[in-house]
Design a protein around this ligand. Structure first.
Ligand SMILES: Nc1ncnc2c1ncn2[C@@H]1O[C@H](COP(=O)(O)OP(=O)(O)OP(=O)(O)O)[C@@H](O)[C@H]1O
Ligand SMILES: [Mg+2]
Length: 292
């Protein structure tokens, strides 16, 4: 099995606009959940698998997690979790259910808010997104994870901007790296004031992850004067596909496989930072700075 090293390296001001370094930072009540948006430019880079397994891994550490499937019309977190919720976000959008009523308990500590199925009415405007986000954020979880759709459509970036941390997922493929850069650029242009971090998935080695990260970081520094932070990496691992076929998170089914160990490192950091600062009057940047 591949030996894992700590995949994290964080400059203190990473994940923020350089020219905005003196601007007021996003503040965050310590008793509110930390919201993490998992997003990407290119599709199929592993967002849903990372969202589901990060949620599982955090929940295994005794935290309450709410996973929200925001891939409108192409929702599949319920499939990955082998869950059959009776209701989903489509019912909330239509006004027939509240977010609380569609929340589906998957296991101890993990709640799924299933996404809009294909053919159902999706989000129409940003006001609807804001209402939905504020309802979701009132959930009594320590962590809320958004599994977003790929791309830079208004609904994707609007959901992402509501999160404290945006994890932009990429693979080492040049096309995915270019699209990851485009995602960061869009968030930056839209004035996102949270923390933007790059997660490189399906890598063969730590070195490959570092190289991919450097390429996106360099482009962000050069063209948009924006510091992006390294969130970590997940190794390419055949157990991921096996677990998908078995409809069980790989972090649960194969806890010792290399992909699970990578996810575990990320989850441990997230939970450690949360536990270490919970109940104290600290801003979100101080809390997430300790995560990576
Ligand atoms: N670390 C990994 N190792 C091997 N295969 C992986 C890994 N991560 C994801 N995959 C595979 O990549 C495929 C796409 O994964 P996933 O559906 O999570 O991507 P996505 O970014 O959510 O896609 P979409 O943009 O369509 O929502 C799946 O077949 C999954 O099994
Ligand atoms: Mg997906």
């Amino acid at each position: 099995m591949t030996r894992l090293r700590n995949p994290f390296s964080l400059k203190p001001d990473a994940g923020r606009k350089r020219h905005d370094a003196a601007a007021p930072q996003r503040t965050h009540s310590p008793n509110k959940p930390i919201t993490i948006a998992i997003t990407s430019g290119k599709g199929g880079v592993g967002k849903s698998n990372i969202a589901v397994n990060l949620a599982t891994s955090i929940q295994q550490r005794g935290q309450q997690v709410t996973l929200v499937d925001l891939d409108m019309g192409l929702a599949n977190a319920d499939v990955l979790l082998n869950a059959s919720p009776a209701h989903n976000l489509g019912h909330v959008i239509r006004g027939s259910k509240s977010v609380q009523e569609v929340a589906h308990r998957v296991g101890q500590g993990l709640t799924l808010i299933a996404g809009v199925p294909s053919g159902a009415e999706g989000i129409r405007n940003t006001t609807q997104i804001d209402q939905l986000v504020s309802e979701i954020k009132s959930a009594s979880s320590e962590f809320i994870i958004f599994d977003c759709a790929a791309g830079i459509g208004f609904n994707v970036t609007h959901f992402a901007r509501a999160a404290d941390v945006v994890l932009v997922v990429t693979t080492p493929e040049p096309t995915a790296l270019v699209d990851a850069y485009a995602t960061v650029k869009t968030l930056c242009k839209e004035g996102y004031d949270g923390s933007v971090r790059l997660l490189v998935n399906m890598v063969e080695s730590r070195q490959e992850a570092r190289k991919a990260f450097s390429r996106v970081r360099d482009a962000c520094e050069k063209f948009i004067n924006f510091d992006i932070a390294e969130a970590g990496y997940v190794l390419h691992d055949t157990h991921v596909e096996l677990a998908v076929r078995q409809r069980e998170p790989f972090a649960q089914r194969y806890p010792k496989c290399s992909a699970s160990l990578c996810i575990s490192v990320i989850a441990t950091r997230l939970v450690g930072a949360h536990a270490g600062t919970n109940g104290q009057n600290k801003g979100i940047f101080q809390r997430v700075a300790g995560m990576f």
